[in-house]
Design a protein around this ligand. Structure first.
Ligand SMILES: Cc1cc2nc3c(=O)[nH]c(=O)nc-3n(C[C@H](O)[C@H](O)[C@H](O)COP(=O)(O)OP(=O)(O)OC[C@H]3O[C@@H](n4cnc5c(N)ncnc54)[C@H](O)[C@@H]3O)c2cc1C
Length: 250
């Protein structure tokens, strides 16, 4: 049985900024396409392409954060493939609506007979708790396989094989635990990612989604650091990483 102890986060799409020659900006430093796109959009509002305040992109974007003009951050969309997370995590993740789009592995279509599972952070390293958890998960997976077998026979009269499988799997999945591993593609604009990260990096957030938020922040920071310069990671009292932000929900 495959077990995940941390999430996998991969950038699968990023913005491509195509600067119009007739409104070229006097850039002072290199920036990611997303950062340039946001700065370009912000400068268009005041037709300040000549950069009269002589700001770097980092300074310009920080000023946007200070002013709370978060709407220009909506132009920069980054798409992440998130794997190695539990169904209970994605149940929380998809509550973030504004500026996000989701596509998640379907348990009706996909056979979960050898699904992987996510070890909850709170029991990791506790041998006794992990062994008990593993036994429960193995038992649930055995029940799932038995239920699919039984229901495939019960619905043998359904001619369409795909439909028959769906009938069996949609019922059988009800015995799978919240810790079943899933995969989800998440597209989000920078304003939305910042809001989600602010909420889920907090010490009050559930541990698995907080751990994911740390990985997402690190991933997006590598891609486009100037959007996240005000985020700070620290070790919380529980020994795990948490994060805080200087400029709240913009
Ligand atoms: C620590 C923690 C514990 C939680 N516990 C629970 C829980 O026990 N039960 C539970 O159900 N949920 C819980 N949640 C989820 C929480 O209630 C939100 O659903 C989630 O954090 C998404 O926040 P949001 O609605 O602000 O995000 P988004 O949907 O992304 O919205 C972002 C912002 O856009 C604006 N907005 C979006 N939609 C609307 C709208 N329809 N009308 C007006 N303005 C809108 C708001 O300003 C909102 O803050 C918890 C969240 C956290 C971080």
């Amino acid at each position: 049985m495959r077990l995940f102890r941390e999430p996998l986060v991969t950038v699968i799409a990023r913005p491509q900024f195509v600067e119009p020659e007739h409104l070229a900006v006097q850039w002072r430093e290199p920036g990611s396409d997303g950062e340039r796109l946001a700065e370009f959009a912000g400068r268009l509002c005041y037709m300040s392409q000549r950069n009269p305040a002589n700001r770097t992109t980092a300074e310009y974007l920080t000023n946007i954060l200070k002013q709370g003009h978060g709407s220009v951050f909506e132009h920069a969309v980054y798409v992440l493939l998130i794997e190695g997370v539990s169904r209970s995590l994605t149940h929380e993740l998809v509550r973030h609506r504004a500026g996000f789009g989701y596509s998640q592995l379907s348990q009706r279509y996909v056979d979960e007979s050898d699904a992987a599972f996510v070890v909850p952070p709170a029991i990791q390293g506790d041998e006794v708790a992990e062994a008990a958890w593993l036994a429960q998960v193995e038992s649930a997976q055995t029940s799932y396989v038995a239920a699919v077998d039984h229901l495939m026979t019960r619905y043998a009269w359904v001619e369409d094989k795909i439909h028959r499988r769906k009938l069996a799997r949609e019922a059988a999945r009800s015995v799978l635990p919240n810790g079943t591993e899933t995969k989800i593609v998440v597209s989000g604009n920078i304003r939305a990612w910042r809001t989600m990260l602010e909420l889920r990096l907090g010490e009050g957030a559930e541990r698995e989604i907080r751990r994911l938020a740390v990985t997402v922040l690190e991933t997006l920071r590598r891609e486009t650091p100037r959007f996240f310069a005000d985020f700070e990671l620290y070790t919380a009292e529980d020994g795990e990483q948490a994060g805080r932000v200087s400029y709240h929900k913009i």
